[in-house]
Each structure stands twice: as structure tokens, then as C-alpha cells.
Ligand binder design. Structure first.
Ligand code: HEM
Length: 538
């Protein structure tokens, strides 16, 4: 059927959407009436009082009074940039996604963020960083909503409110603002020990990146890719920065927090304005799509686990260049709305229970944050593919819908919405078999291993990186008020590595406990250490 939704895009109108509202040489009211004065209220004589009838004064102040929208419940502080993704074509065998065909160029918008701090918090805190990418593909938008760490604190989305309540500032004093240096954080990760892996990534140099330009990015979850023949593989996405992976030292991070709290934001914008465009390579680890959904004994649905790169090589599939800073922070960086359900044909989800909960959460929060169900019409969120949906009305509706029959099929104005041959470009859910199993609130047994990969990470670090990790645990745990929480976390460290536990315990002035589980028998993974790592750009 003919498209029935008319939402003019910037490209169609020829006017950048972000510039609207500031056209023309003279100042007007929001209604377009020309103004002569915006500095003086309308008064009864120069000494007042001010008259209620001053519609310009009331409009100016009323609009200002409503400028703020709720900040994101997590990842509130961010910095964004526009860019271009160019596909190498190397993923064509495993996915039919058009934007991954050789030579295809796709516009993107990337938003980097910290997780825990509020919108005005400092950039260089110890925290996970968000790395969210919106690919405006001609088959629909693809959002890859990842972090700079390949694992997550929890395995099931139902615990997300809990970990965030534990990690955000304490509810009584609202301190500390954005660091993991407090009782509830360590209380949570020492009781919910699946969080120990992510916590160690936070305590490592990865927790204090030097720049957004020198961070890796990870899709974290395992996705399912589908090719033209309908064959599937499982895959994990990785971003590799051209400049290599670099971190700040803790002393640098702390000083910058005072001297230049906007350090990462400034660095990103200054680099782009200077023409030093940040670049990443997108890569995938590919695994056979077996019924077990495991690889080398690792459960691919467990978001607290990685697959070491020496077991499954990261294969480059394209290149991202960020080449344009936003025109307006609010319009673009603040209003951008990512959603894991934004998937083009050729990329599908798996049953990872963390991923499944995220599929619900993002749109749900955006309904409040962006004021109703029509935020897909905000310029930064508009797909670059033609939109012909049956969604109607609602707060802030900008589209002018023609026709009388917003249902399909209809015999009045719809035509055939699914013409022959259309399946080639349509998103088709992979018909994965769903197990015949009792309904349970339970994890698979493979999710119970909480220590082996933390030990793998620890053993993979160079001596200087280990030293930084020991100092980070000592500093952060040293900020806890409750000794029982410090002792419980030391018990977790004993289960990871006795040397690590001993050193941190000494720093805290506490005895080092004995392990309560056998130490995992794992070999170091070279790709996990950052020391001396650089990624060839060409
Ligand atoms: C926001 C990553 C898990 C709920 C974000 C953002 C990123 C991100 C990068 C910021 C997006 C932006 O820049 O606008 C991740 C990763 C996860 C994860 C990598 C695990 C692998 C979860 C889970 C939930 C969740 C399990 C909830 C069940 C949210 C919410 C927002 C958010 C509500 C705010 C979205 C908005 O206001 O637009 N996440 N997240 N996240 N995340 Fe997650």
C-alpha cells in the first residue's frame, strides 16, 4: 500500500530539522509574530507593575519553565557524534543485513556515556561506559546498544533495578555521586557473586578510559545472524578503536575530575572539530548455532561470560568513522532513543534473559522520558527507511496521516501491504524451537560458575595492571563504612586469587580469608591485557 504517514524528514524539506525555529533575520514569538523588544516586560509606566497581558513575557518564561525532561534512569551523562559506517562485505556469508554488504555506507549516531552519575557528573569517574550506535540502514534502524566491557553484572534482567539501586548514590544522603566506592555496591556484588566478573573489569584500567576514542565496545549478548539461505550462526559484536585501548591512571582521573569534569566530552568534540576523526572497526565472533547454545563449554546466553578471542577470533566486518559533532545537544544527544528491538533483517535476538528484559525496558522508559509514544518522530530517531506503519495519534503526533482505514487488509485505501517478493526485504523472526519445559523461575546450572572467568581476567593482566587492580579494590572498599561488607568481598577475592586477596586485605588492614571454592584451572588470555595493545588501522 502507499505510505500513509507523512513526517517530513530533514532531507525532504531541505532544512536541517535541528535549525528549525531559528529561521529568518528577525526575532518572532513561537507563533511567528515579529518582535521589537525581548528585554523589557510590558509595564504600567517604566516603574511598573508588570501587566499580566504581556503574552511575550508569559510565553518566554512558561517555555523556559518546562525546558527540562527527566534524565535517563541510567547512562544519564553522555556525549554523541554523527558518523559513517562502511561495510567490508566480510559478513555477507553469515547475515543478509543489507548494510553489511560490501562497500555499503550507512549514516550512524553514537552516544557514549557513563552509567551511574547524573547528567552533570564528571566524565573521568571509575564506571562502565555506554557505547550505543544507531545505524540508519535503508532496511530500518539497527541499534547496537553496548558497553566498553564485554560482560554485565547480572544474568537476568529482573535484577537490573536491584543492581542499579545498589550502585546509584545512597537514598538517604545521595552520595557518592558516581563511584563504586560505597556500601550498597559492595554489598550487592558480594552477595550476588555473578557480579564479580564485571566488578573486576570496573576495578581494572578499563574502568577509567583515557578517551572515548580509545575504548573498545561490546554488544555483550550473543545475537543470532541469518543469511540469504536462512542459515543461522550465533555472534558477538566487538568495536576495536583505531587508536588502541588506553586508560587514565587513577591519579590522572581524579585530578581531571576536578580540573576538567568534561574531559571526555571535550576530547571527543575537539578531535572531530580538528579533523582527527575517531575510528573503530566492527568485528564479530561467530559460533555454530547448536541447540546447546554453548561454545568451548561457555554458555553463550550468560552475559557474565566472554568467549576468549584466542578461542574465537574477532573477524572485522566494517569501519566506523565519527566525523560530525551534534548541532544541538538536547535535540540529538539527549533525545536519542535506543532500543534493542531495532533490528534489520538478518540480525535477530537470542534467549539471553538479560537481553529479553532489555527488549521491554528501553521503550518503556522512553515513553516517560520523551513524553509519550511518538518519539520515533523526533528528528534524531527517525528511520532513514520509508515508514508505513498503522500507529496513530498520541501525544506529540507530528505526522499527518491520510486515509480512513488504519488496518490491513482493508478494501478502502490500503492496497496489498505485503506484495509478492517483499519477503526478501522483510524482517523474519528465526523459527527457533522453544523448549517443551515446565515454567520455572530458575537459571540453567551453567550460570552458577561465578569465579572461573574472573580468575581468567586476573591471570591475564600484566604486573602493572594487577597493581592498579589491587589499588582500586583497596581504595573503593576502603570507602565502605561496614566491615562485614569488606570482609564478604575479601572472601570473594579469595575465591578468585589468593595473592589478590592477600594484597587487598593488607591494604584494608584486615585478615585474608581462605577460599571457599576450588580455584579455577584457567590459562591467561593474551587479548584481555591492554598493555602494548594497538590495532592496525589499515
Ligand atoms: C540505557 C547498555 C542492561 C535498562 C543504556 C545505555 C546503554 C546501555 C549504552 C545508554 C543508551 C543511550 O546512550 O541513550 C546496556 C548494556 C547492558 C544493559 C550493554 C547489558 C548487557 C540493561 C538492562 C536494563 C537496562 C538489563 C533493564 C532491564 C536501561 C535503561 C536505559 C538504559 C532503562 C535508559 C534508556 C533511555 O532512557 O533511553 N543501557 N544496558 N539496561 N538501559 Fe541499559
Amino acid at each position: 500500500g502507499a505510505p500513509q504517514t507523512r513526517t517530513p524528514t530533514g532531507a525532504e524539506t531541505g532544512v536541517p530539522a535541528t535549525a528549525k525555529g531559528q529561521q529568518g533575520a528577525y526575532l518572532t514569538t513561537a507563533n511567528g509574530a515579529r518582535l521589537r523588544d525581548t528585554d523589557h516586560s510590558l509595564k504600567a509606566g517604566p516603574r511598573g507593575p508588570v501587566l499580566l497581558q504581556d503574552h511575550h513575557l508569559r510565553e518566554k518564561i512558561t517555555h523556559f519553565d518546562h525546558e527540562r525532561i527527566p534524565e535517563r534512569v541510567v547512562h544519564a551523562r553522555g556525549a554523541g557524534a554523527h558518523g559513517v559506517f562502511t561495510a567490508y562485505g566480510t559478513a555477507e556469508a553469515v547475515t543478509r543485513a543489507g548494510f553489511l554488504k560490501k562497500g555499503r555506507e550507512t549514516e550512524v549516531f553514537v552516544r557514549f556515556s557513563t552509567v551511574l552519575g547524573s547528567r552533570g557528573s564528571a566524565d573521568t569517574v571509575r564506571d562502565t561506559r555506554g557505547f550505543a550506535t544507531k545505524f540508519y540502514t535503508d532496511e530500518g534502524t539497527f541499534d547496537l546498544v553496548g558497553n566498553n566491557m564485554p560482560v554485565f553484572f547480572i544474568q537476568d534482567a529482573i535484577k537490573f533495578p536491584d543492581i542499579i539501586h545498589a550502585a546509584k548514590p545512597h537514598p538517604d544522603r545521595e552520595i557518592p555521586q558516581a563511584q563504586s566506592a560505597h556500601d550498597t555496591f559492595w554489598d550487592f556484588v558480594s552477595l550476588h557473586t555473578e557480579a564479580q566478573h564485571h566488578a573486576m573489569w570496573n576495578m581494572s584500567d578499563r574502568g577509567i578510559p583515557r578517551s572515548y576514542r580509545t575504548m573498545e565496545g561490546f554488544g555483550v549478548h550473543t545475537f543470532r545472524l541469518v543469511n540469504e539461505a536462512g542459515e543461522t550462526v550465533l555472534a558477538k559484536f566487538h568495536w576495536k578503536p583505531k587508536l588502541g585501548v588506553h586508560s587514565l591512571t587513577w591519579e590522572e582521573a581524579q585530578m581531571l575530575g576536578g580540573i576538567d569534569p568534561d574531559f571526555h566530552r571535550r576530547d571527543l568534540y575537539d578531535a572531530i572539530e580538528a579533523g582527527a576523526f575517531p575510528e573503530w572497526e566492527l568485528g564479530i565472533q561467530v559460533f555454530p548455532d547448536t541447540p546447546e547454545e554453548t561454545f568451548a563449554g561457555i554458555d553463550l546466553l550468560d552475559a557474565t561470560k566472554i568467549v576468549p578471542e584466542e578461542l574465537a577470533e574477532v573477524q572485522p566486518i566494517g569501519r566506523l568513522v565519527l566525523n560530525r559533532t551534534p548541532t544541538n545537544f538536547f535535540a540529538e544527544t539527549e533525545q536519542v532513543a535506543f532500543h534493542l528491538g531495532h533490528l534489520p533483517p538478518g540480525i535477530d535476538v537470542t534467549n539471553d534473559p538479560l537481553l529479553q528484559g532489555r527488549l521491554f525496558s528501553y521503550v518503556d522508559t522512553q515513553l516517560t522520558r520523551l513524553g509519550g509514544p511518538n518519539f520515533a518522530q523526533i528528528p534524531i530517531n527517525r528511520p532513514h527507511a520509508a515508514v508505513n506503519d498503522m500507529l496513530r495519534d498520541g501525544f506529540h503526533q507530528h505526522a499527518v496521516h491520510a486515509g480512513v482505514a488504519p488496518y490491513r487488509p482493508n478494501s478502502l485505501d490500503g492496497g496489498n501491504p505485503f506484495p509478492a517478493g517483499d519477503a526478501e526485504h522483510a524482517f523474519l523472526d528465526v523459527p527457533v524451537t522453544v523448549a517443551q519445559a515446565p515454567k520455572v523461575r530458575a537459571n540453567p546450572a551453567s550460570f552458577d560458575d561465578h569465579y572461573s572467568q574472573v580468575r581468567l581476567f586476573w591471570l591475564s593482566m600484566s604486573p602493572v595492571e594487577k597493581e592498579h587492580i589491587i589499588r582500586a579494590y583497596t581504595f573503593e572498599l576502603g570507602k565502605c563504612y561496614h566491615q562485614a561488607i569488606k570482609e564478604r568481598q575479601l572472601q570473594c577475592l579469595a575465591n578468585i586469587d589468593p595473592v589478590l586477596c592477600e594484597q587487598v586485605a593488607t591494604g584494608l588492614g584486615l585478615p585474608a580469608p581462605q577460599p571457599t571454592v576450588p580455584l579455577a584451572d584457567v590459562a591467561p588470555s593474551p587479548a584481555l591485557s591492554q598493555v602494548g595493545r594497538a590495532w592496525p588501522a589499515d
